[in-house]
Write a protein that binds this ligand. Structure first.
Ligand code: IMP
Length: 175
């Protein structure tokens, strides 16, 4: 299939949203040292931009999750492929996710992290597709609400393609 990316959210709009999210987080965590946990691979570009807008001494870790769904669908069988490198007990955690779709992936991770008894835990997501939600996931810091459309770019992929695009794009079939 030949796909043609079409910009949905441009880089300037993304930059403004990341700056707004950073200032909201900064306001809530002043005097603290939160641990940001990025959900790989999709959140790596967002996370890199977010931490450079944050005037806070953050710590970082990453979790790799996988589900057995198709390229565009998450199945209900989510699994932790690679967990955190350090304990999170008594830490202030902010989970950083690229997009919450059905909610299955991030709710699995939040349950897993909660069992490790952090002092607090919040969720920061760049994008939300609320019409697709299958489990309730409260998002504390949100960039954009999207319709039910598949997007790529700014770290997000379709079968590992298009992650490098600087804008968030829709895919159109090329004839
Ligand atoms: P969920 O478990 O259905 O909420 O899906 C979450 C994960 O699926 C995200 O972290 C993404 O990696 C991926 N995903 C969901 N929607 C999209 C999309 O529109 N484009 C690219 N990846 C997506």
């Amino acid at each position: 299939m030949r796909w043609h990316p079409k910009v949905l959210i441009g880089r300037n709009e993304i930059e403004d949203a990341v700056a707004r999210l950073a200032s909201e987080i900064q306001r809530d965590y002043r005097g603290k040292q939160p641990l940001l946990i990025g959900v790989l691979k999709g959140s790596f570009v967002f996370m890199a931009d977010l931490i450079r807008q944050l005037d806070l001494p953050v710590e970082l870790d990453f979790a790799v999750l996988s589900s057995y769904g198709s390229a565009k669908e998450t199945s209900s069988r989510v699994r932790l492929v690679q967990g955190l490198t350090r304990p999170i007990r008594d830490k202030d955690i902010i989970v950083v996710e690229d997009i919450v779709d059905t909610g299955l992936t991030v709710s699995f991770l939040l349950d897993h992290l909660r069992s490790k008894k952090p002092a607090s835990m919040k969720l920061c997501a760049l994008m939300d597709k609320p019409s697709r939600r299958r489990v309730l996931v409260p998002i504390d810091y949100l960039g954009f609400t999207l319709p039910d459309r598949f997007v790529v770019g700014y770290g997000l992929d379709l079968d590992e393609r298009f992650r490098y695009l600087p804008d968030i794009c829709l895919l159109e079939e090329q004839t």
